[in-house]
Write a protein that binds this ligand. Sequence first.
Ligand SMILES: Cc1cc2nc3c(=O)[nH]c(=O)nc-3n(C[C@H](O)[C@H](O)[C@H](O)COP(=O)(O)OP(=O)(O)OC[C@H]3O[C@@H](n4cnc5c(N)ncnc54)[C@H](O)[C@@H]3O)c2cc1C
Length: 381
Amino acid sequence: MPEVDAAAWASLERFDAALDELHPAAPGRSDAAAWSTWLLGLRRELAARGHHAPAGPAGPLWHCLAQFLAGARDLDLRDCTGDGHGAIVLTHAPAGTARAWRQQLRAGELIGIAATERHGGSRIREISAQARLSTGGRWLLTGEKCWVSRLTEAAAFVTFVRDPDGRISAVLVNADDPHIERDVIEPFGLGGWGWGVLRLHEVPIDPATALLGTPGSGLDIFRQHFTRFRPLVTATALGTAAGVHHLVTDALAARRDVGDLPRIRDNALITLGRAHAEITAALLAALTTTRLAAAGHPAAGLYARLGKAVGVDAAVRAVTELAPLIGAAGYQRSHPVAKARADLTGLLYADGIHDSLYRSGGTSLLTAPATSRTAPLAAAV
Ligand SMILES: Cc1cc2nc3c(=O)[nH]c(=O)nc-3n(C[C@H](O)[C@H](O)[C@H](O)COP(=O)(O)OP(=O)(O)OC[C@H]3O[C@@H](n4cnc5c(N)ncnc54)[C@H](O)[C@@H]3O)c2cc1C
């Protein structure tokens, strides 16, 4: 990664050291409110200490690696740094709005995304949340979004609606608007941030400040954002798998060293080796996709969709195969291996459900000219 110079590596090492210092002070996971407050506090503390991606070409790769380091501690640390979904606002909001949010995101505020509706998140083209034209050119938003993450922590939501002309547009909705209603749902895993339903009851917005991009550009914004965002999600999931790999390797080595295990069996050695190789390969793919996305390569979206599905699948498989090697102790609800298994299953749906991603990748490959299927790899090295 020639873009990541010595200064960027040093800054990544400082970020890693800060996580080493701050993570052990995390509260127990049984109190969801305390855990969510701590996660948001961690994000603000890291921001206050100046841990963020460097400017220039090193930035996106730094961020991808930072997500890996965060995920290695706990998948719930996935928003501890970076602009997250706020990147949509920084890229597409009117200048004044983007400027104000740049400062807030830098200070550790969080922006969520509200796209999914009851009919199915894999069919965003069919959304029905509606913006109606009101007095003075304002829009009134009505509709319901479901399975929204960062529901109680986000200061605003990038929300996909049908604009008054029926086109899909992205708008920014402030979380403290009194016309918003939020219902929290308890998830099976990925419980760090609030998750659930966001209802919009004639929420007034001014498109002059809250419309992202141009009217009708919602789908383009969605695609463009997830091309950059999916490799970050993938790197975080792989970090979590790497964290489990470390735990299992250390546990086996400790049992061998005290004589508890006379020798490490082949099945364990094979699993350790294969999981390491698969995690590394998928992380390298995520970094390559990050680089392609930063360069605006036309195939970056394809690599991001397929890379997210195959990378998260690799992380899930690695943890599933590694977990039994630690024995029943790892099956306790409070054990980090048990938590990692439950958390990773959430990423099989969030940020793109896998059958849809693979299917969409297959469709793109059938329609793409043969040269563009492999050219991105040459461009990335
Ligand atoms: C932990 C978590 C966090 C999330 N965070 C957010 C968030 O912050 N913001 C947000 O907007 N959403 C969020 N989501 C929602 C997520 O994006 C959706 O779950 C995902 O897009 C899939 O949508 P769905 O669950 O409605 O399933 P569906 O779209 O209903 O898909 C379910 C299954 O049906 C299949 N299917 C679809 N159409 C057909 C068809 N015609 N024939 C046969 N099968 C079909 C799909 O391929 C899939 O297998 C989150 C979800 C989870 C689990």
